[in-house]
Design a binder for this molecule. Structure first.
Ligand code: CP
Length: 322
């Protein structure tokens, strides 16, 4: 790894919430990614080592496969336990209980909470009332900071660095929370950022301004053909569930698709990421591309989330299997 950083005391993470990609300094991100190597692969860690007697609450008000199950897997691998729900219709929210009350109640059963919610700001509210660490597992179109941590880990593992990379985002730049969090994080690493997508799905003004305020250009393009050389291509699906008008979705649903031919000019060194789920925007033939990293991202998600839970909950250092 070529990124160097000032030392960060890992105890500094204890008891904190993670709501935004901006919640960690660059040095803290690098320290966390360094620490995650001890959990990679996840099975190398003794399951009973770190978080025995701790309970994670998973509050998922929106569908999820990766985020919920990888957090649960991470907690179980660390010897902890999990309570929670994946269908809010089966909870007292359906009787009108407020989000704040639900969070206060679950916080009295757990040591940390992971929450996914369709409303932007829901995780921030949860963190304000919980009294225990709250991790944002995605709040509407806003942010998905732990996806960003695993994305950064994956990019760093594949390229050997984070500093000064040329990164292009392709897809739903307006509603894609993984794009919003990762772009904010990459600004700290002097990345050269390009944003490619349909004109109706451009970056939110606030994010465009944040990128520019960091001194980086926010280069916005309509088509992949207009893009110069890049090191990393980060593809997202169009977030159908966020469109207020279904007809607007129909107009853009097939606006882009990458395949072997469309990425050939970037060379075999190109790294391609996708947070998944994917729908039609990636040809499955690309799974065999040497730079296709989406299933690496999935695997790294457990290592990174084990690290994060261990640090937030002040667990003992991991012990490797003999
Ligand atoms: N990448 C991601 O957030 O996937 P899920 O929606 O399945 O959690």
């Amino acid at each position: 790894m070529t990124d160097v950083h000032a030392p960060v005391a890992l105890e500094a993470f204890r008891g904190r919430s993670v709501v935004s990609a901006d919640d960690f300094t660059k040095e803290e991100v690098l320290a966390l990614l360094d620490a995650a190597r001890a959990f990679d692969p996840p099975a190398s860690v003794r399951a009973d080592a770190a978080l025995r007697d701790r309970i994670l609450g998973t509050l998922f008000f929106e569908p999820s496969t990766r985020t919920r199950l990888s957090f649960e897997s991470a907690m179980l691998r660390l010897g902890g336990s999990v309570v929670g729900f994946a269908d809010a219709n089966m909870t007292s929210s359906s009787k009108g209980e407020s989000l704040a009350d639900t969070v206060r109640v679950v916080a009295s059963y757990c040591d940390a909470i992971v929450i996914r919610h369709p409303k932007e700001g829901a995780a921030r509210l949860a963190a304000q009332v919980a009294g225990i660490p709250v991790v944002n597992g995605g709040d509407g179109s806003n942010q998905h900071p732990t996806q960003t941590l695993l994305d950064l880990y994956t990019i760093r593992k594949a390229t050997g660095r984070l500093e000064g990379l040329r990164v292009a985002f392709l897809g739903d730049l307006r509603y894609g929370r993984t794009v919003h969090s990762l772009a904010r994080a990459l600004c700290r690493f002097d990345a050269d950022l390009s944003f490619v997508g349909p004109p109706t799905l451009r970056l939110p003004d606030e994010l465009r301004e944040a990128v520019r305020a960091s001194g980086r250009p926010a280069r916005e393009l309509d088509a992949l053909e207009d893009l110069g050389d890049v090191d990393v291509l980060y593809v997202t699906r169009i977030q159908k569930e966020r469109f207020p008008d279904p007809m607007d979705y129909e107009r853009v649903r097939n606006a882009y698709r990458i395949d072997r031919a469309s990425v050939k000019r970037f060379g075999e060194g190109l790294k391609i990421l996708h947070p998944l789920p994917r729908v039609t925007e990636v040809d499955p033939d690309l799974d065999a591309h040497p730079g296709a990293l989406w299933f690496d991202q999935v695997r790294n998600g457990v290592s990174v989330r084990m690290t994060l839970l261990s640090l937030l909950l002040g667990g003992r250092a991991p012990g490797r299997r003999a």
